[in-house]
Every structure is written in structure tokens, then in C-alpha cells.
Design a protein around this ligand. Structure first.
Ligand code: HEC
Length: 97
């Protein structure tokens, strides 16, 4: 019984390790679904002025994703992304690039 339980946990542990290692970028942050939503929101709200999302996110200061995410959050609130859920998805997407 104990053995079965630990075997059943193994795959999610592996997925987490891969995500932490940065292997699949889509799993690295807020989850694949949120990142997809952020990507769609970017296309809708941002891409008209910023063709290249990766380039713009590189200009955001901060040593960690948490710092850059915090900056993006307060900046984007006043910059074309007032909706909280949409902004969170956008930030997950931008930090995944
Ligand atoms: C109407 C055009 C327009 C839209 C739409 C727009 N931006 Fe911008 N954005 C700009 C301009 C112009 C600047 C540079 C001047 C400034 O800081 O306001 C800028 C600056 C930025 C910066 C700061 C870059 C730096 O130099 O630090 C980020 C990050 C950013 N935009 C992200 C976004 C995101 C994400 C969206 C979508 C929610 C978005 N923008 C929508 C025009 C736009």
C-alpha cells in the first residue's frame, strides 16, 4: 500500500522537478492554462503597440520573477491591463518568456 502511494506520487514530483529546472517553459510559472490566457490577452491588448513581448519584458527591472512580477503588476494596472485576472495571466505569460 505504501509502495503504491509513493509510486503514484512519482510522476508529479518529476513534473515539478522538470518545471523547476526550466525545461518546458510552459510549466515554469502560473501553470500552462494561465500562460495561454496571458498569451491571448497579450495578442488582444498589447501586440498592437508591442510586437515583441520578449523584448519588452527584458526591459523590466528586477533580479527575480517576483520582483519583476510586482513591477509589472503596478505598471500594467495603469497601462492597458486594469482587470486583475487578465493582468495576472499576462504577467505569468510575460515571465515565462
Ligand atoms: C497604445 C499603445 C500601447 C499599448 C496598447 C500597450 N503599450 Fe506598453 N508601452 C507603450 C509605450 C509607448 C511605452 C513606452 C512609454 C511608457 O513607458 O509609457 C510602453 C511601455 C511598456 C512597458 C515598459 C517597458 C520599459 O521600458 O520599462 C511595458 C512592460 C509594457 N509597455 C507592457 C505592455 C503590456 C503588457 C501591454 C498590454 C497589456 C501594453 N504594454 C500595451 C505603448 C503601449
Amino acid at each position: 500500500m505504501t509502495l503504491r502511494l509513493s509510486l503514484r506520487r512519482a510522476p508529479s514530483g518529476l513534473a515539478l522537478a522538470l518545471a523547476l529546472a526550466g525545461a518546458p517553459p510552459l510549466l515554469a510559472d502560473g501553470g500552462e492554462e494561465q500562460i495561454e490566457q496571458g498569451s491571448a490577452a497579450y495578442a488582444e491588448l498589447c501586440s498592437g503597440c508591442h510586437a515583441n513581448a520578449a523584448r519588452i519584458v527584458r526591459r523590466v527591472e528586477g533580479g527575480t520573477d517576483a520582483e519583476r512580477g510586482g513591477r509589472l503588476d503596478s505598471f500594467l494596472k495603469e497601462h492597458h491591463a486594469p482587470d486583475d485576472a487578465q493582468r495576472a495571466a499576462l504577467i505569468a505569460y510575460l515571465l515565462s518568456l
